[in-house]
Every structure is written in C-alpha cells, then in structure tokens.
Design a protein around this ligand. Structure first.
Ligand code: ZN
Length: 158
C-alpha cells in the first residue's frame, strides 16, 4: 500500500469526526487535517498574520481582506465573510494553511467547499506553502473521492 493510500484511509476515517458537516465538507476538513499533521505549515502569531496576509494578497493581486483576530474557540479555527471581505482568525497562533483556507474562500467568493474552492486552495498552497504540501493535499482530496481539476492546473499564476 502506498503512503498516499494510507493518508486517504486516515482522512476517510477522520471525516467521521465532522459529523455535523455535509459529507463533502467533512472530507475537505479531514484531508486538510491529515496534510497539516503530516507536513505542517508555518505558524504565525496574531501580530504577524496581517503582514503575511498582505504579502499573499499582493502576490495574488487581490484586495487584502479585513483581518479580525478573535479569541480562541474550540469549534472554529477561523472563518471568512466574502460579502464584507473579512477574515476572522481565532487564537494567538495560526498556521499558513488556516490563513490560505480563508483566502481561498475570499477569492472564490463562496462559503462552500466545492471543487472551485479545493482547486483554489491547492493552487494557493502550491504558490505559498510548498509543492509537496499542495501535491499531497491534491492527492488526498482526489483519493477520498472528491472531484479535482488535474494537478498541473494548480501551477497557474494569477
Ligand atoms: Zn472553509
């Protein structure tokens, strides 16, 4: 069994932890958890998130969303509201992966986690975390049965 198969199995099992979400959303969260556990991404203290967010948005050529840092919550790491162009990060520390998840929502302009969102998140991870990170995320998403555009498409630059 390849290591990708193992990650896919673990992600599929992990999705059961998100029983209150739709099956698709539970799988999306579970895949992100597995990849972040395995490869990790940079940690930012809340004082440094804004600078990194600005850097990302300049590179992506989008307006930088308003950033709100709220106190930690057990149920939510972060959230975004595309209408008010706001990202809310919770707690003193957050990861690059969490920030990019919210940026992907802002770029796609939707709260849902469908194929457009997933393609966008993989593209952002490839550009701003690493190719390895993005490739594993793409592989696990696809492996659990979620629709994805072909991997080469994630190389596109804005
Ligand atoms: Zn989300």
């Amino acid at each position: 069994m390849s290591s990708l198969d193992t990650f896919v199995q673990v992600a599929t099992a992990r999705a059961l932890d998100y029983g209150r979400c739709s099956p698709e959303q539970a799988l999306v969260y579970a895949c992100e958890d597995i990849v972040d556990n395995e490869l990790g991404s940079r940690n930012f203290s809340s004082a440094h998130i804004e600078q990194w967010l600005q850097h990302i948005c300049t590179r992506e050529d989008i307006d930088t969303p308003h950033l709100v840092v709220a106190r930690a919550s057990q149920s939510t790491l972060a959230s975004s509201d595309s209408e008010s162009h706001t990202i809310c990060i919770r707690g003193k520390m957050t990861t690059a992966a969490t920030v990019l998840h919210e940026v992907a929502h802002v770029i796609v302009g939707a709260d849902s986690h469908g194929v457009l969102f997933r393609d966008e998140l993989v593209r952002l991870a490839r550009a701003h975390i690493s190719i390895d990170y993005a490739a594993l995320l793409h592989g696990v998403y696809q492996g659990v049965g979620l629709e994805m555009s072909p991997w080469p498409a994630s190389a596109s630059q804005r």
